[in-house]
Design a protein around this ligand. Structure first.
Ligand SMILES: Nc1ncnc2c1ncn2[C@@H]1O[C@H](COP(=O)(O)OP(=O)(O)OP(=O)(O)O)[C@@H](O)[C@H]1O
Ligand SMILES: [Mg+2]
Length: 387
C-alpha cells in the first residue's frame, strides 16, 4: 500500500526508535546507534521538508534528544584505552530537570499546532461535544455545581482526524495545550513511565492553579497499557498512576480546569476501569459523503483543477475511504502532473489535474480500513460510546 511521505517518515521514526531502544537494552550499542541515526535522519527530513506539520515542534524536540543520545552512545563506543570503571553499569539517560517546578516535561509539546476546527471536514458531532465539554465549563464554571467531565476519549479508524481534532482544540481553548505521544511516556529514554505521568499531571495542575485552563492530549493512548512498553511490569504501574491522576481531577472538590483528551484507533485494547475515566467517549468515523466532498474541497484549494473535475462525483466514488486516504489520493493525482512536468524538462507550471488523474489513482488504491474492522468499531461503540 502506498502512503503519504510524511507518514512513511513517521513510521520510520517509530520503527527505528523502538529498535534502537531494544538494542540498547540488550547491550548492542552499535545496532542501537545505527537505528538511532536512521530515526534522526527521518526526523531531520520532517522538520526540514514539512515545517507546517502540526507536530513539528515535538519532532524538533525529539531530534535534539536523539542527537544528544547518539553522541552519548558514540562516546561509549569509542574505545578509550583501557575499559573504564563503570562500563558495565546499566546504561540509561538522565532526564534533566524533567517536570520540576513549572518547567515543561521533556516529552510534552507545548507549542500550539496551526490547525483549527475549520480545517477539519465533517465531524460536527465530535467538534460540538468537545466544545461543550471544555469550553462551557471554562467560561461558566458556576453553572456546573456537580462538576464536569475531565476525560474525553476520541476513538475510530486510522486516518479519520482524531489527532487533528485534538490539535485544533488547542486553538479553541484559551489556555495551555500539552501534546503527549503515549509511546514517548513509555520510552525509557525519557525516564520512568510512571514518573512521567506524575510529572505531566503535576505540571498541568500547577498551571491550572495559576488560572490557566490546561488541555492534555494523549495520542495513541492505548500505548499506556503496555503494547509499546519495553519494561516488564512498567506498564501496570503507568496505568495505575494514570488512573490515580484521573481520579484526582474528577474529585468533587477540584475546581481546576485540567482536561484530558485521549485518542486511539484500538479502543478494544483499553480495559474497563481505564475506559470509565473518560466520561465522554466520542466516535470519530469515516467521512460521510458530505464530509468527503468538503475534504476534497479543502485539499484541492491550492491545486489547479481541470474543468472536468467533479468533486461530487469523486466524493461518491470515495465511499469507504478515510480522510488520510483521500489526502493521499489528492496528493498522488497532483503528483502525476508534477512528474509529467519533470519528464518534459521541468520548466513552468504543471498542467491542471483532471478527472482521469483522480480515477487512475483511485483505481490503484483500496480503502485502508476494511469492513471487518469497521464492524469492530461499531460493536465497541454500541457498548461504550458516551457523548
Ligand atoms: N476530517 C478530516 N478533515 C481534514 N483532514 C483530514 C480529516 N481526516 C483525516 N484528514 C487528513 O488525514 C491526516 C491524518 O489524520 P489524523 O492524523 O488526524 O488521523 P487519526 O484519526 O489521528 O489517525 P490514527 O488513528 O492513525 O492516529 C490528516 O493530517 C489530514 O491530512
Ligand atoms: Mg492520530
Amino acid at each position: 500500500m502506498m502512503s503519504h511521505p510524511v507518514m512513511e517518515l513517521e513510521n520510520a521514526i517509530k520503527k527505528h526508535a523502538l529498535a534502537a531502544m531494544k538494542a540498547e537494552k540488550e547491550g548492542d550499542l552499535e545496532v542501537a546507534l545505527h537505528n538511532l541515526r536512521m530515526a534522526i535522519e527521518a526526523l531531520r527530513k520532517i522538520v526540514t521538508y514539512y515545517p507546517d506539520h502540526p507536530l513539528v515542534g515535538m519532532y524538533s524536540r525529539y531530534l535534539r534528544q536523539y542527537e544528544k543520545k547518539a553522541k552519548e552512545i558514540e562516546s561509549k563506543l569509542i574505545p578509550v584505552g583501557q575499559a573504564e570503571a563503570g562500563e558495565d553499569e546499566e546504561y540509561r539517560v538522565e532526564v534533566r530537570d524533567a517536570g520540576g517546578n513549572g518547567s515543561t516535561p521533556p516529552f510534552v509539546m507545548k507549542e500550539k499546532p496551526n490547525v483549527t476546527f475549520d480545517d477539519i471536514a465533517g465531524l460536527e458531532d465530535a467538534k460540538e461535544a468537545i466544545r461543550e465539554a471544555i469550553l462551557y465549563p471554562v467560561k461558566r464554571p458556576d453553572l456546573f455545581p456537580l462538576g464536569w467531565p475531565r476525560g474525553i476519549l476520541l476513538y475510530g479508524p486510522p486516518g479519520t482526524g482524531k489527532t487533528m481534532l485534538a490539535a485544533a482544540v488547542a486553538n479553541e481553548v484559551e489556555g495551555e495545550f500539552l501534546y503527549v505521544d503515549a509511546a514517548s511516556i513509555m520510552s525509557k529514554w525519557l525516564g520512568e513511565g510512571e514518573k512521567n505521568v506524575r510529572k505531566l499531571f503535576d505540571y498541568a495542575r500547577a498551571r491550572a492553579k495559576e488560572g490557566v485552563p490546561v488541555v492534555i492530549f494523549i495520542d495513541e493512548i492505548d500505548a499506556l497499557l503496555g503494547v509499546h512498553s519495553n519494561e516488564v511490569g512498567g506498564e501496570v504501574r503507568v496505568r495505575n498512576q494514570f488512573l490515580k491522576e484521573m481520579d484526582g481531577l474528577q474529585d468533587k472538590s477540584s475546581k481546576l480546569h485540567v482536561y484530558v483528551i485521549g485518542a486511539t484507533n484500538k479502543p478494544w485494547a483499553l480495559d474497563e476501569p481505564f475506559i470509565r475515566r473518560f466520561q465522554k467517549r466520542i466516535y470519530v468515523p469515516l467521512p460521510d459523503k458530505e464530509a468527503r466532498r468538503e475534504l476534497l474541497r479543502l485539499l484541492t484549494r491550492k491545486i489547479k483543477l481541470a474543468s472536468d473535475v467533479d468533486l461530487d462525483e469523486l466524493a461518491e466514488m470515495l465511499e469507504g475511504y478515510s480522510g488520510s486516504d483521500i489526502r493521499d489520493i489528492v496528493q498522488d493525482a497532483y503528483m502525476i502532473t508534477v512528474k509529467e512536468l519533470f519528464k518534459n524538462g521541468g520548466k513552468g507550471e504543471p498542467r491542471p489535474v483532471s478527472m482521469k488523474d483522480f480515477k487512475r489513482v483511485i483505481e490503484k488504491r483500496m480503502p485502508s480500513v476494511d469492513k471487518r474492522m469497521l464492524k469492530m468499531y461499531e460493536e465497541w461503540s454500541k457498548r461504550f460510546s458516551a457523548v
